[in-house]
Design a protein around this ligand. Structure first.
Ligand code: PMP
Length: 385
């Protein structure tokens, strides 16, 4: 008997939805209204730039001058002089020879990982790396060795076990769940010893760490070093959208010729380029913004732990606070939201260590009054321990 064909070839998604619901893992899109009176400690707008009038005006001006879209891929019509200006200034600010802008940080990571590794090469990836790095490793077809989190010794041993193999070590600079920084000096040392390249995703370090926000690699004095590339997103500290890869000119030239997310993707929209460039220039003029974001994070951490909560000491602008159970973390975040405070929430399986957390992102533009209000809400709604 031939099997009956399904009425709808997507019928199986109903089963997937049921399984998700049973596991309590349903994700929901919640569109936010434009002028919501919510205190935001959930976004990645670390420097509070996304709504600064000079940044939104720069976006509008770029759209008026260059168009609402980039009109094509970067190698055809999608590279404007504004893209080139942003690439020059990003490279110069962060201390690298060259930069290449992408339509997202995700695309920048896929580009670097696929173009800088190959079938037969080795990629050594931290177990806590961002999903876009995991996907880049898969797409690259290189052999990927996942090493324990923040463990240069494990990286060294892995490289040692593959002598003479072309290798790339990849890590987030600041891990987005706990806000801890990668041991870049130790990783760079392991790479140097074994002739491996180092790729650092500075999504959460750029604009916050290093001199005036020049990033984690600048802080570790690895900016512009031989064998080192950085990737960035323009959507966090710069309050815009898009991504970039920074590195030696010949590496960037290789990406132009080999990275599929550069070659086959429409260029970043001019409005996003204009906003990112304006934010970068603003950060140059107001370097204290970077330090302020770090200070706000430390203040949140000290006052929350001082009140008896368990949190990881922040290395940048992310503060992660432990909750006793997944259910209590979800309820805590919901109670905060009901009280007018947006916070992030992590729980297993997205946190492999099984510890549920709420996550706060410090913003340079938070006032003392807003910090007090946020702390009051978090403590008032905290689950009993
Ligand atoms: N890397 C890290 C560490 C990130 O947190 C993110 C954003 N969530 C990305 C890359 C991707 O950047 P984008 O959102 O610009 O695609």
């Amino acid at each position: 008997m031939p099997q009956a064909l399904p009425q709808d070839p997507f019928e199986w998604t109903a089963d997937a939805a049921r399984l998700r619901a049973e596991a309590g893992l349903v994700r929901t899109v919640r569109p936010r209204p434009s002028g919501a009176a919510v205190l935001d400690l959930a976004s990645n707008d670390y420097l509070g730039l996304t709504r600064r009038p000079e940044i939104t005006e720069a976006a509008a001006e770029a759209a008026r001058r260059w168009g609402a879209g980039a009109t094509g891929s970067r190698l055809v019509t999608g590279s404007t002089e504004l893209h080139a200006e942003l690439e020059r200034e990003l490279a110069e600010f962060c201390g690298f020879e060259a930069a290449l802008v992408f339509s997202s940080g995700y695309a920048a990571n896929l580009a670097a990982l696929t173009a800088l590794s190959a079938h037969g090469s080795l990629t050594v990836s931290d177990a806590g790396n961002h999903a876009s790095i995991v996907d880049g490793c898969r797409l690259s077809r290189a052999e990927t060795a996942v090493v324990p989190h923040a463990d240069p010794e494990a990286v060294r041993k892995t490289l040692e076990a593959h002598p003479g193999r072309r290798a790339l070590v990849v890590t987030d600079s600041v891990f987005s769940v706990d806000g801890d920084a990668a041991p870049l000096t130790g990783l760079a040392e392991a790479c140097r010893t074994h002739g491996a390249a180092l790729m650092v995703d500075d999504a959460h370090g750029f604009g916050v760490l290093g001199d005036g926000g020049r990033g984690a690699l600048h802080a570790a004095r690895l900016e512009g070093a031989t064998g080192v590339v950085a990737t960035l997103t323009l959507s966090k500290s710069l309050g815009s959208q898009g991504g970039a890869v920074l590195g030696p000119a010949r590496v960037i030239d290789h990406l132009v010729n080999a990275a599929r997310t550069f070659i086959f993707d429409t260029g970043l929209a001019p409005a996003a380029v204009g906003a990112a460039l304006a934010s970068l220039r603003l950060l140059r003029r107001e370097p204290a913004l970077a330090e302020r974001a770090r200070t706000v994070a430390t203040t949140l951490y000290e006052r929350l732990t001082g009140a008896g909560l368990t949190a990881a000491r922040p290395d940048a602008a992310v503060v992660s606070v432990q909750a006793p159970s997944p259910e209590s973390a979800v309820r805590w975040a919901a109670d905060c939201r009901a009280a007018g405070l947006a916070v992030g929430c992590f729980r297993p399986p997205s946190v492999p260590d099984g510890i549920s957390r709420i996550r706060l992102t410090a913003r340079a533009d938070l006032t003392e009054q807003q910090i007090q209000a946020a702390l009051g809400t978090i403590l008032r709604t905290a689950p009993p321990r």
